[in-house]
Design a protein. Structure first.
Length: 265
């Protein structure tokens, strides 16, 4: 009888095997020549700040190991514990850092990443971490539905619709949608929105006014002062016109900061 195992133990064993197979497939995918040509050198890194594994471009490995945006993650963790956050919207998801972290606390994550190179890693990181409640979209959130020119930077985390860098590899047309359009049929709740779009935040807000008015979500908004003043203007619009207040400010660098905005009840 010693060799017999319970149904629950067998199920756990099978799930573990399936997870490991998914993990191995993701690693193989990122080691293929065509993937390396698109992304450069990729490392598999455990990030203790969020307690997850990530496939990360070599240029960002050090910052993630040292605790990437730890103060913001800690602040979000406290929000998830005291507030009922059902749906988290990640605009400018990059490789899924916030998507995967939020997925541990909320019912649903909708993540948007326009750079095709980043989207490959986002997809694989979702698989590696076995995140079941995240829905990812390879498109830009913007002020209109259609297509928009997108500038691919040598550093994929810096690619942008806004022209402000000198290391642009090439410009491609990418699909874009208004936040109002894409959320209309995909969720009944919008509780927290994270925006990090390398200078295009004003266009994101313009395309999401109906959503903001209706749901009054918490907003985590990265302001890039080196790209344009429009994102600062967008923050002022949220405060002056839509009754938001600044809850906290996180300074990232001389050129940018992250504002945590709350609706005034």
């Amino acid at each position: 009888m010693k060799n017999l195992i319970t149904y629950e133990d067998a199920l756990r064993f099978i799930k573990k095997k399936i997870y490991m197979l998914t993990f191995i497939r993701a690693l193989k995918h990122c080691s293929q020549p065509q993937t390396r040509n698109k992304l450069g050198q990729i490392y598999l890194v455990y990030v203790p700040t969020v307690g997850s594994w990530f496939l990360i471009p070599s240029s960002r490995v050090e910052s993630y190991i040292l605790g990437h945006e730890k103060k913001i993650i800690d602040h979000l963790r406290s929000i998830f514990k005291i507030r009922k956050i059902r749906t988290f919207i990640d605009i400018g998801a990059y490789i899924g850092y916030y998507t995967i972290f939020a997925g541990k606390f909320v019912n649903k994550v909708l993540a948007f990443e326009p750079d095709p190179r980043n989207f490959l890693l986002l997809k694989q990181n979702i698989l590696i971490n076995n995140v079941r409640n995240a829905y990812i979209f390879n498109l830009a959130i913007f002020s209109h539905d259609g297509y928009v020119p997108f500038r691919l930077s040598d550093v994929s985390s810096m690619s942008s619709i806004i022209s402000y860098r000198n290391d642009v590899q090439k410009c491609i047309d990418i699909r874009c949608m208004k936040l109002d359009t894409i959320l209309e049929t995909r969720t009944n709740n919008v509780d927290l929105i994270k925006i990090d779009v390398e200078g295009a935040g004003f266009e994101v807000i313009k395309g999401g006014i109906r959503t903001i008015r209706k749901h009054k979500p918490l907003i985590l908004f990265e302001i890039h002062l080196n790209s344009s003043k429009d994102e600062l203007k967008a923050m002022r619009v949220l405060i002056d016109k839509y009754c938001y207040k600044i809850g906290m400010i996180f300074i990232r660098a001389k050129e940018n900061f992250i504002a945590y905005l709350e609706p005034v009840n």
